[in-house]
Each structure stands twice: as structure tokens, then as C-alpha cells.
Design a protein around this ligand. Structure first.
Ligand SMILES: O=c1[nH]c(=O)c2[nH]c(=O)[nH]c2[nH]1
Length: 287
């Protein structure tokens, strides 16, 4: 039997780093979850246990903390690129570094400058790749929960003998947005680019008179591309958080779109990609 080593990679997953910057009494918090993944000339460690090419995952973790102190944490895309460039640039055996970062946002709690509350469930994300073919960054967010209480219909759908869903000309449309977007060019300011893309998603969700969540998805992705010239591809995953009007007739009450059961499962899951026709090749961006 002949076996060979296939694709492999290794790294330190989920290094949690919190940076508190103190401007007098007004503190600022950056709260990240950093996952580094390295690959390259790693045959010997797998075949013979020779570790000479292996930068320990423990070192990768330490680098995250040291770089947070030395360089500070600004936009997560800048921090991810800094780390990825460092691993590829300083370790000859490392040909490809992937650094994925999640950022959790804290809001001020009161006015004392040092008390914070976690801001909802929304998480900002990015994945940076650095290798011999170049640098690629995918940014995004997840956990952004949105709801329209009208301007949503769903009718004219295919039916078979198992279809019981009634057509509706007015329903609640709610979802928890998970979106990621690929950059054809790097923006000057990652934070500004993220803010604009996020705003575009929200604006399109609010403005679209929806005949299906699929149509809303396409509108959201298109709006990001319209507002952000540096972005060439948007991927969206939208759970349809169903709200069912409750039948209150048993209690002698009518219900004209006022009382709903918010079902947590099962949920429809609408996923799609919207991209520029001339988007450059993605390379490893989405891996
Ligand atoms: O916007 C929707 N898209 C669907 O594909 C679908 N399917 C369903 O049962 N409800 C909905 N709503």
C-alpha cells in the first residue's frame, strides 16, 4: 500500500485577546478571537517527526499578544494582515498564512468611561490570506438580527400535494444576517469600508419591498456592491425567522397582524452569492 501526505495545515485556534487602551478615565476595549493557520514545507514533521519547520502553535498565540501590545489593535483586517505577513515573512518553511479574526463589540455602560456592555450578538469577522500569489481579505459580520413588520409578501410559489403554506400579501420578514464580502482592492480604511457595507445591507433590507427572502438577499448583496467599489463579491446566509400569526378565534378574539408566534426552528435557510461579472479570481480567499 502506498500512501502520501495530502493537504495539511496547522495553527492556534481561537486566541482570545482583549486590549484596554486607557485615555485617562476614558477606556477603549478591543475584544478579538484570533485563529492562525500556517502551511508550507511541513512534510518532514508528518513523515518523520522532525519539527524543525514547525513554528509552535504556542508561539503563534504569543505573537498575537505581543503584536497587540507592540502595534495596537485597530481594524481587524490590518491586524490579520500584520500577523499573516509576519508568519510568511519570518519563517522560510511557511508559504501560506491564514488569519481569521472575530471581533466582539462592547458599548459604553453609563458615563464613567470604564464600564461596558456587550453590544448585542453581532460579530465582525475577517479572514486574511498571505501567500506567494498575493494577499486576500474577506470581511464580514454575523448575528445582525433584523425585522420588517410589513412590506413582505410570499405567494405564487410552486405547490405539490404536501404544500399547506397559505399565500400571504403581508407578513413579518425577519432574519439574522451572516454576510461576508471579498475585496478586489484593499480600502484605505477597513473600518470605513466595513461600516459602509454594513449600512448597505441594512438599508437594502429596510428599503426592499420583498416578494421573497431570496429577492431581499439579492438586493442586499447588490447594494453592498453599489456602495463599495473595493468589494467584488458578497456571500449571504439568511435564516428565515418565521413569525406565525396566532389563531385567537378560540378566545373570541380577532388577530389582524398583531399577535405572532416567533418560531425558532425549523427555519428556512436562504443562501446566495452576488458578485461583479468581472470579479477577479478568488484564489484561496474563501478557504
Ligand atoms: O421568502 C421565502 N422564501 C422561501 O423560499 C420560502 N419558503 C417558505 O416556506 N417560506 C418562504 N419565504
Amino acid at each position: 500500500m502506498v500512501v502520501v501526505l495530502g493537504p495539511n495545515r496547522y495553527g492556534k485556534a481561537e486566541t482570545r485577546v482583549v486590549q484596554v487602551t486607557r485615555h485617562g478615565d476614558a477606556h477603549r476595549v478591543k475584544d478579538l478571537n484570533v485563529s492562525a493557520t500556517l502551511s508550507g514545507d511541513m512534510t518532514e514533521v508528518h513523515l518523520s517527526g522532525d519539527n524543525s519547520a514547525v513554528l509552535p502553535t504556542d508561539t503563534q498565540k504569543n505573537t498575537v499578544y505581543a503584536f497587540a501590545k507592540k502595534h495596537g489593535i485597530g481594524a481587524i483586517e490590518d491586524f490579520a494582515l500584520l500577523l499573516a505577513r509576519h508568519f510568511v515573512g519570518t519563517q522560510s518553511a511557511v508559504r501560506h498564512a491564514r488569519v481569521a479574526i472575530e471581533e466582539y463589540t462592547w458599548e459604553r455602560n453609563g458615563s464613567n468611561g470604564h464600564s461596558f456592555a456587550r453590544a448585542g450578538r453581532e460579530t465582525r469577522t475577517c479572514v486574511a490570506h498571505v501567500d506567494g500569489s498575493g494577499e486576500r481579505v474577506v470581511s464580514g459580520l454575523r448575528g445582525l438580527v433584523v425585522m420588517n413588520t410589513t412590506n413582505s409578501e410570499f405567494w405564487g410559489f410552486a405547490k405539490d400535494k404536501y404544500t399547506t403554506l397559505t399565500e400571504t400579501r403581508d407578513r413579518i420578514l425577519a432574519t439574522e444576517v451572516a454576510a461576508s464580502w471579498r475585496h478586489a482592492d484593499f480600502p484605505t480604511y477597513w473600518d470605513k469600508s466595513h461600516e459602509t457595507a454594513r449600512w448597505a445591507l441594512l438599508a437594502a433590507f429596510a428599503d426592499t419591498y420583498s416578494l421573497s427572502l431570496q429577492q431581499t438577499l439579492y438586493a442586499m448583496g447588490s447594494r453592498v456592491l453599489a456602495e463599495c467599489p473595493e468589494i467584488c463579491e458578497v456571500r449571504l446566509s439568511l435564516p428565515n425567522k418565521h413569525h406565525f400569526e396566532v389563531d385567537l378565534s378560540h378566545f373570541g378574539l380577532d388577530n389582524d397582524g398583531e399577535i405572532f408566534l416567533a418560531a425558532d426552528r425549523p427555519y428556512g435557510l436562504i443562501e446566495g452569492t452576488v458578485l461583479r461579472e468581472d470579479a477577479p479570481a478568488a484564489g484561496p480567499a474563501w478557504e
